[in-house]
Ligand binder design. Structure first.
Ligand code: GLA
Length: 736
């Protein structure tokens, strides 16, 4: 519900559990008056404390400097007296840097707006509502529309801004964040998700200190290192209790997500396109739309925040027809063979895999040009006939004959210096004239902002997809972008490059899913550097990390699941010692951890020890049984090995609270300990549940029955297994 109270000049957005209020303050400044748990229908304009600035006469508006740096703002601007970080910075042809937005108008509508060329939320149930507040700066001759979308089934609010120029000359947008708001600090902590290659999105919780704390990327992609997400939470907030605010960004390029604590102990929270290396020339009459950003409030701890994000993305962002379907169980040959394979090897893997119930073979890097290592052929998307004799079709036909689907790997945005493409078009690589462009993994990035480059690549990719029955694509991106220049962009538009790159990427993927509507697309970037909600709009699943070690995956998947649904997390079982870290873990544990993602295998099944191979059909049966619960259920974090250094535990529960799958992983065994009791959460206290160990011998581990209240308050017993890295799968089902 969105309302406007003309007496108090306050807009109010109510989701099921939260209230968000914006007040038109003195002189038409837009103040953020409240966000948090639901409140009464009171006049909340007192919360803006507009006239409270020290030394000001509280009965009259004295001067704007006595209010702007103090006011809790809704979309703060640059250069006019709010000295905190601004959300909007614009320069015009006078060279002056100042924007002062004043309230002009508003509209409340049913439905939701769409954004041109950008991923954006949708609503199939026709229950979304949108508030549009128009503000303007008459000196610059610009209008800024602030968008707020709410839904009936999630506590998330989706925001974006549209800048419209009525100026006579071009203006230059130097910063346009998607979301900003200020709030009182209450001794809050912040959480960010940080990492590295093969170590993505680890949860980092820390007190908010004075000044700015920022997570950002200038790498041209979301990145392994920092993530477009910040949570602000009470010191005492835990998985299940306490107030938590979360912000996230529906975008796949350079971002900035920050919280700033100031002299008055206020917090400013912002997220949007990173202003570093950004400048957008806005011609008279043109508009610029920011990507959408999401904010959530949970009064029920981090799990409540996760539910809001998961519901928003599953119900209102992922478009793929596969989103509510069981994904084919795939076997990928990357860790099995790296570049060293041929038709026969792939068929051998497929044949053995099909015997165990695996449903799709994915041929990874190395099938094209003359690629036999990572130093050639990107851009030459034609089959390497030395490896695949007779081409792709005989291989795919053979795999299909085994009853399996076939999938393929591309890295469409890249070019190797040793490639026919680069020899023909050296200027297609991103570069600054007169400078040697930097290489990474022996490759350059193609300037896909140029239409002829995009068209050439898409023609090749689509030609391959039409040449055989290919049902899945893994779209990879294995380096970051620097030495940025485009032969197509004049000097006063080079600051547009990074954003244009992301728009170009989106347009290529949009074309791909439009031309191949049944294709299952999985995004990937050196593992999980493009695991972001922007990509959900095109692909229902994303490769989570190049680290397939079950124990490393605990923290990667915990951080990822804090914001993103399990149905989006690419997770595979691989061999030990693990290729990324050398650890040896039980095959069973590797299976249980992968079952909480899209599930598949990344190994040479023909060489797997027989005792491990024998476990595959059982793992597949578990996946088939529990996939709907994992995909569509509510995710609850029960315990985190990152916090307790001993064990990890999480649960997927059906919406009706009748079924739940619990995964428990014990890091280290210690002698002479007692059975651990795990207290679950979210169950129906009054229901009686039957608890089983679906992957264990029923004689040895007979079912038990307990009331929901007992399970949540006293706990269920989890055994102490012999050895390290042991895991248990526990199924909980309500009795009729
Ligand atoms: C990236 C991906 C891997 C694999 C390799 C191939 O690192 O994350 O899964 O596809 O590229 O080069």
């Amino acid at each position: 519900m969105i309302t406007y109270n003309s007496k108090t000049q306050t807009f109010r957005l109510d989701t099921a559990n939260s209230t968000y209020c914006i007040t038109i303050a003195q002189k038409g400044y837009l103040a953020h008056s409240y966000y948090g748990a639901k409140i009464g229908q009171d006049d909340v304009s007192y919360l803006t404390r507009q006239m409270e600035y020290p030394f000001a006469d509280s009965s009259v508006f004295r001067e704007k400097l006595s209010i702007l740096d103090f006011l809790h703002q809704e979309y703060p601007t640059d250069g006019v007296g709010d000295f905190r970080k601004s959300a909007l910075a614009i320069t015009n042809n006078t060279g002056n840097n100042a924007v002062e937005l004043k309230y002009k108008d508003f509209k409340i509508t049913d439905g939701y707006p769409t954004l041109a060329g950008l991923p954006c939320v949708f609503d199939k149930s026709n229950k979304a509502q949108t508030l549009i507040i128009t503000t303007c700066d008459d000196v610059l001759g610009i209008e800024v529309e602030l968008y707020y979308i709410i839904f009936d089934d999630t506590n998330a609010i989706v925001r974006s801004a549209k800048i419209i120029s009525h100026a006579q000359e071009p203006v230059f947008i130097k910063k346009a964040m998607s979301l900003a708001f200020d709030m009182d600090n209450d001794d809050y902590d912040a959480i960010t998700l940080n990492g590295s290659w093969a170590r993505e999105r680890h949860i980092d919780r820390h007190p908010i200190h004075m000044g700015v704390q920022e997570a950002c990327s200038v790498r041209g992609e979301t990145s392994h290192q920092e993530h477009p997400f910040i949570a602000i939470l009470e010191k005492t907030a835990s998985w299940n209790s306490g107030n938590v605010y979360g912000v996230n960004f529906i975008y796949s390029g350079n971002f900035s997500a920050l919280v700033q604590r100031n002299q008055f102990d206020s917090l400013r929270v912002m997220i949007g396109i990173n202003p570093e290396n950004f400048c957008w020339k806005l011609e008279p009459g043109a508009t610029f739309e920011t990507p959408q950003a999401v904010v959530t409030f949970s009064g029920e701890g981090l799990n409540g925040m996760s539910h809001a994000f998961h519901d928003l993305y599953r119900n209102h962002l992922i478009r793929s027809p596969y989103k509510n379907q069981m994904r084919p169980i795939l076997i990928n040959n990357w860790e099995a063979t790296y570049f060293n394979f041929d038709t026969q090897k792939l068929i051998d893997i497929a044949r053995e895999a099909s015997k165990d119930g695996i449903e799709m073979l994915v041929m990874d890097d190395g099938w094209f040009g003359h690629r036999s290592f990572d130093d050639s052929s990107l851009g030459d998307w034609y089959v390497n006939e030395e490896k695949l004799k007779g081409g792709l079709k005989p291989l795919v036909d053979e795999v299909n004959k085994l009853g399996m689907k076939f999938g393929i790997w591309f890295e469409p945005e890249m070019v190797s210096p040793d490639s026919d493409l680069f020899r023909a078009h050296p200027d297609w690589a991103i570069q600054i004239k007169g400078r040697e462009p930097g290489m990474a993994r022996a490759q350059y990035v193609l300037d896909i902002t140029r239409k002829e480059v995009r068209d050439h690549i898409m023609n090749q990719v689509e030609g391959i997809l039409r040449s055989a029955n290919i049902e899945y694509v893994k779209w990879d991106m294995n380096r970051q972008i620097c030495d940025v220049g485009s032969l197509d962009l004049p000097a006063d538009q080079t600051g547009e490059f990074f954003h244009r790159y992301v728009l170009a990427l989106y347009s290529m993927q949009e074309q791909l899913i439009r031309d191949f509507p049944k294709l299952l697309l999985e995004n990937c970037s050196g593992g999980g550097a493009r695991f972001d909600p922007g990509m959900f709009y095109y692909s229902p699943q994303i490769w989570c990390s190049d680290d397939t070690d079950a124990i490393e995956r605990l923290s990667i998947q915990e951080g990822t699941a804090l914001v993103y649904p399990l149905s989006t997390m690419g997770a595979h079982v691989s061999v030990c010692p693990n290729h990324a870290c050398g650890r040896v873990t039980p095959f069973k544990t590797r299976g249980y951890v992968a079952l909480s993602g899209t599930f598949g295998y990344e190994l040479d099944i023909t060489k797997l020890p027989p005792e491990e191979r024998a476990m595959i059909p059982g793992q597949i049966a578990l996946y088939k049984k529990f996939s709907p619960l994992v995909r569509e259920g509510d995710y609850y974090r029960i315990a985190s090995a990152c916090e307790n250094h001993e064990y990890d535990c999480w649960m997927s529960m059906s919406r009706d609270k009748k079924q739940a799958l619990v995964t428990f992983v014990q890091l280290y065994n210690h002698p002479n300990y007692k059975t651990r009791m795990i207290k679950l959460t979210g169950l129906d206290a009054d229901k009686i549940y039957k608890i089983t160990w679906p992957d264990e011998d029923k004689e040895k581990f007979p079912p038990i029955q307990l009331a929901g209240a007992t399970i949540m308050n006293a706990g269920i017993p989890v055994r102490r297994d012999w050895g390290d890295y042991q895991a248990q799968l526990i199924f909980i089902e309500a009795l009729p």
